[in-house]
Design a protein. Structure first.
Length: 670
């Protein structure tokens, strides 16, 4: 009599199956619909192939396309393997390495056969066609466990030097598994995979680009070709993704920054921004708005040094945890006649600050603080430097020199939840003022490597949960979610993820509850009992960094910024030269009303002027000709409006623009 295994299902029921049965057998027993829909299985919490037999009694959950995150990771992994098989089928002798899934697709690193040029964009159509052929063949994907020596011998015999090297270095106790695609192709992989290639949609992927990549990420090693693709569950999802990419391309802040003459970047200052007058006007408006908001919230603004002694960073803990991202400067460079700098061996080390928190603790420590002085709300528009990898730099979104809307709140424990709640309410006002109606709040919990006791971490995480709950935001409407292991090394943190106009998310605001840094830097206050106590330090930022937030705003609005943020709010353009004097008069009155305005008196056709200022994303074009000059009117064109130009009296236009140009916090409250 066969041994029966007990398989527990999520609904609480238990199925008995014979040893050797698979999750696919359970799905088939439940019903044909589920058998067709099931893609993989969670067996005792581990994602496995649906055709892999149970090891014993187990808890089972079947993964279908409704489990989108897990389903996408599965299909993208499979697309990567199909990609590698297709390349080797087309070009025998190609060596393959690894092919993981990514956030929106997959890639595979390969080396072209000897004597062939590295793969390029022209090869992608043929690879795609071969991939579709493999998918339509519905080849079974079958898992096997191999002995290490056998696998290494196979790779070496087939000239797969990279695979052989990797197999030889895997831990001795690690089970080496391979997956067959049909009976003629296999790859070394931990899995899991779908049951067959035919479970993939042949119309739901697209190869996107190729790039160079070094074996194991080391430039001393062989250079490979990385082939990138995007993969989805169905064609509808693929088309939506490609549409988002097209929209993102149109909204790329680097492209718009050039068209609007906002900023530029160049090699002489890698990762730092050269702000042009128009771009810096956006910065100034943003900074003025944030300053009004923090003044309103009771913060005291400070300014701290750029360079601080390395010993301060050692004491804070940043030197050990963050050293590779810091720009270090010796404080002694002996004089020399040579051009090359010479650094003394006994020079003390200093570092450009990557964050402002240790300096704020030093300000807090000046003078004796009483429990009555708390909370202390400290803010700084603080310029920081972080040595980001060159390849990670990306326009305004990833820079090395940045200015944060930084702040730290020093509180007694009984004040903490209320202050975090107030911060939640502040972020809500700010994001909605900038047009971000949709955002999610996530709680990042303790990482493996951390400072502080478990007791302190328990308390800090609960306090943040309670604060969000008191603000009424720990709900599905606010996308509330907890993220295990993603906190900072010194504190858990709340994160705010904004959703932009085309559905992308951006992690922007944060608040962290920190008991470690006050301890390490010996910050204290005198309590009601006359004894010294440690404050809790709340690290917080609303918009993150000015550079990144401006980049996000440019892309969110596709350059068509709200009038109060637009660097040029209006242009007065003439139809004929007879209206030049009137145009100057109109511009002067607009300036007096606080409107940022320019004139366009060039001897060009008005349609040419309209196109040029539309490309520069000027919100309002005030067109004037001989008739407007005689009647004291203007013809108003709004950027992006389908309406024809509207003729209106100059005084009425000025009043309208003056009201529209007010920042959200300065408008009359209804």
């Amino acid at each position: 009599m066969s041994e029966l295994l007990k398989i527990s299902l999520p609904d609480g029921s238990v199925r008995e199956v014979e040893r050797g049965a698979t999750p696919a057998d359970v799905a088939a027993a439940i019903g044909p619909g589920l058998a067709k829909a099931a893609m993989a299985a969670k067996v005792d919490g581990e994602v496995r192939d649906i055709m892999r037999p149970f090891d014993g009694d187990a808890e089972l959950a079947l993964i279908t396309s409704r489990d989108e995150a897990e389903a996408l990771e599965l299909v993208r992994h499979d697309y990567a393997h199909v990609l590698a098989e297709a390349v080797q089928a087309l070009w025998p002798g190609t060596q393959i390495t690894f092919g993981p899934s990514t956030e929106d697709g997959f890639y595979y690193d390969v080396m072209a056969p000897e004597g062939r040029e590295p793969f390029g964009m022209d090869d992608l159509p043929a690879i795609e066609e071969k991939m579709r052929e493999i998918i339509k063949a519905d080849k079974p994907l079958r898992r096997e466990v191999w002995a290490r020596e056998k696998l290494i011998e196979k790779w070496q015999a087939e000239g797969e030097a990279f695979k052989a090297e990797w197999a030889a270095e895997l831990p001795e106790n690690e089970e080496l598994t391979v997956y067959w695609s049909g009976d003629d192709w296999l790859d070394m992989c931990r899995g899991p995979h779908l049951a067959s290639t035919g479970k993939l949609d042949p119309q739901a992927f697209k190869l996107m680009r190729v790039a160079g990549a070094y074996w194991r990420g080391d430039q001393k090693n062989a250079q490979l070709t990385r082939i990138y693709g995007t993969g989805w569950l169905n064609k509808k999802q693929l088309n939506a993704h490609l549409h988002r990419l097209e929209e993102a391309g149109k909204r790329d802040h680097r492209k718009l920054g050039q068209e609007m003459d906002l900023f530029h970047l160049q090699p002489e200052a890698q990762g730092s921004v050269f702000w042009h007058p128009k771009g810096y006007m956006i910065w100034r408006e943003l900074e003025a708005y944030m300053r009004r908001r923090i003044d309103e919230a009771g913060y005291q603004e400070v300014k701290t040094p750029q360079l601080m002694d390395a010993r301060q960073w050692q004491q804070s803990g940043h030197w050990g945890k963050y050293r590779e991202n810091m720009f270090v400067v010796p404080d002694e460079i002996p004089s020399t006649d040579d051009d090359a700098p010479i650094v003394s061996n006994d020079a003390d080390m200093m570092a450009l600050k990557p964050m402002n928190c240790p300096a704020h603790v030093l300000i807090f420590k000046q003078g004796i603080k009483s429990y009555r002085d708390l909370p202390v709300l400290m803010a700084e528009m603080g310029c920081c430097h972080r040595n980001e990898p060159h390849g990670a730099l990306h326009g305004l979104l990833r820079v090395r020199q940045m200015t944060q809307d930084d702040g730290h709140i020093f509180v007694r424990e009984d004040q903490l939840v209320d202050e975090v709640r107030r911060f939640c309410e502040l972020t809500d006002r700010v994001y909605k003022d900038f047009g971000f109606e949709s955002y999610a709040i996530k709680l990042a919990l303790r990482p493996e490597q951390r400072f502080g006791s478990d007791e302190d971490w328990d308390k800090a995480e609960d306090e943040l949960r309670n604060a969000v709950a008191e603000a009424g935001m720990a709900t599905e409407d606010y996308g509330w979610e907890e993220l295990p292991g993603e906190g900072a090394f010194y504190a858990p943190k709340l994160e705010w993820h904004l959703t932009d106009a085309i559905g992308r998310t951006w992690q922007v605001g944060t608040i962290q509850s920190d008991r470690v840094l006050p301890e390490r830097l010996d910050a204290s206050y005198v309590g009601e009992d006359g004894e010294k106590h440690r404050p809790v330090m709340l690290h917080r930022a609303v918009i993150g960094t000015y550079e990144r937030f401006i980049g996000i705003l440019i892309e969110h609005y596709a350059g068509k910024l709200p009038l109060w943020l637009a660097p040029v709010q209006a242009v007065v353009a003439t139809i004929v030269s007879d209206a030049d004097d009137y145009a100057e008069t109109v511009a002067a009155q607009l300036r007096d009303a606080g409107i940022r305005v320019e004139t366009d008196l060039r001897n060009e056709k008005i349609n040419y002027k309209v196109r040029e200022h539309s490309l520069a994303k000027v919100p309002h074009l005030l067109v004037v000709g001989k008739r407007e000059a005689e009647e004291g009117t203007i013809a108003l064109r709004r950027l992006g409006s389908d309406e024809h130009q509207k003729v209106m009296p100059l005084d009425e236009a000025i009043a309208m623009l003056r009201d529209e140009a007010l920042a959200p916090d300065q408008r009359p409250q209804s």
